[in-house]
Design a protein. Sequence first.
Length: 378
Amino acid sequence: MDDYSVKTGQEGENLVEDILTKVISALGLSCNIFSNFIFPFESVFGENGYMYAEIDKLVLTPFFIFIIEVKNECYSKADYNDTSWILKNDDEVSNPLIQNHNHKLAFCSEMSIPREKVITVEVLLKNGVSNTQSSPFTNDFVFGIEDFEQKIGLLLASTDNDQLDKTLLTSISDISRKYKDKTDTHIEKLKKAEKRQTRIRRVIGHCTLQRTDIIVCNKCKTGKLCFREYRAKSSEAQIRNSTHYLLGCSNYGKSINCDRTIYVDKDKDSTDFLNLTPVTIEQRNGWGDEMKTITLLDHVSELQATINREKAANEQLRDQLQYYKAKAARAEKCKELEAKLKEAYNQIDSLQNKLDEEIENNKKYKKLFGNLFYRKKK
Ligand SMILES: [Zn+2]
């Protein structure tokens, strides 16, 4: 991240915070906002089995928790289902929807909160691509800056039957204070996790381990395997300068002292690594499918959709009416023509009558002046 994007990223987050503060005060809501909330979560990639996640804006209402991620990037490709998106400058970045979803899972797992109580929001400030898609994740919303104010208000004002546990605010405040200055450590751990994933891909060919996975040690059965760095000797017994990684048991050097070691190394047998069975965050928490939480925004969107459907139906009716009106107008024209035709026929009839009369008259004349004609002819 260069200085410019840090600056604009911070500006974006400030803008979102200003809107949040404004909406919360305008609606008279009781909320707590935590900015750049850092918390630890269990991960096979962490040196001591833990990594950190940073949430841009964490908002607590009496009923729900909102995890808000602000992105101040302009994308040229941003399919919600793709694992990575492409920036305008062709750089590849991870899909912020997936990133935020993983933050939510880690948060829910660490805080023991049902996922239905936590709603995620991604604010794409510049965007660059049109967002007509809906998120592949349940209880997740993607907003642009133009609709953020209105929509976040409807989300924050949502209620349900159960209020959040009062002790939750205390726990979150404690974590917020404890890890406030851990941004550098967090970024350092992220970089290390990325390096480890890259190494696994290079040695194994692919990496199926998720950041939120853990691996239970199959030797002592109580420890968890996590990554450690080591400097290895090559087959020629020369010290290699590059850092290498191994999975070691968390009970190593402790009273149980478990020495289970799995290397991620080209020069070593990787069978053990391939036979690992990670425990996913879903499995650890016994999570099934996440249920949809109905928010005020969902109600309003549903109403809006109904209105739009009605509008469309009305428009269709209007078109039909227009069509029948045109048809009726044509029928009217026909009637007019028919009348004219009738009139014409009547006229013809009366002319015929007149003609017949004339002929009759002529006959009379013939009789009257028969002789005369006769004489003239002669
Ligand atoms: Zn062990």
